[in-house]
Design a protein around this ligand. Sequence first.
Ligand code: NDP
Length: 287
Amino acid sequence: MAVIISGKEVSAKVRAEVKAECEQLKEKGVTPGLAVIIVGNDPASRVYVNNKKKACAEVGFVSEEYALPEETSQEELLQLIDQLNHKPEIDGILCQLPLPKHLDEKAVINAIAPEKDVDAFHPSNVGKIMIGDYRFLPCTPAGVMELIHHAGIDVSGKNCVVIGRSNIVGKPMAMLLLHENGTVTICHSRTKNLKEVCANADILVAAVGKPKFVKADMVKDGAVVLDVGINRDENGKLCGDVDFKEVEPKASYITPVPGGVGPMTIAMLMKNTLTAAIERGASLSAN
Ligand code: NDP
């Protein structure tokens, strides 16, 4: 029987810490501010944006929502980002992805000032993560690391396997495990012997986007299994990339879906926004 690492519990702890630090910062005259941009009417994006606004209110941040119509032009979106880059009371800017097809996602990410890029998607922040000199960590991989730390798992010297190589999850996840001295393998759709590679992992992170993809025969006895996936199963029920029922008896630690990595992502976004606001406070008092 595995220990279930509860993202619900750990994220509540992170949010409570952020809230306490936010109160201290407010006493110094700085209220953290997050601007959230949403373009179009994607229902999933709407839910994510609402959750982010709710989390801001809970920890005491100011949030500003910019809901733009589907037909917004690239120029209009870049203009808004430029305004927010120069708005002193805004510490973090987040543009909810995916964007409508006619908009250039890369250009939008590049337009956000790196010091306000609380998603840590800007190439400058990505580069900093590579060299281990970072201010912001991408929220989902950072959330996974927080769960690992909370469970008291030491990554050093462990065989770590990450399934998935996206810029948002897989690649930065691998880098964070490497920074903690894990021996890291990244798997993707062209990986040969995926089963064997995964079955050798002490720490297995699944970020594939396929319901119940990781089966018991891909998991070593006593492995730590972290499930990033958010999918719907054949009955429309929320599930991860890991077949929890099969894998849980073999694992030593496992994250559930829902209630695992998911809630961590927003908690880490709050943490990044707080970091940016603390830096604003420090530069105000230096001037
Ligand atoms: P992407 O679709 O961008 O990446 C999926 C990765 O899985 C790719 O690298 C792909 O390989 C790899 N892959 C696909 N099929 C296979 C296969 N058969 N064998 C091995 N590797 C495979 O997804 P994301 O990284 O954005 O997201 C992954 C999952 O995490 C999704 O379920 C998403 O919803 C969830 N997610 C959850 C978040 C949270 O807050 N918990 C936040 C972000 C994402 P290749 O590169 O070769 O195509």
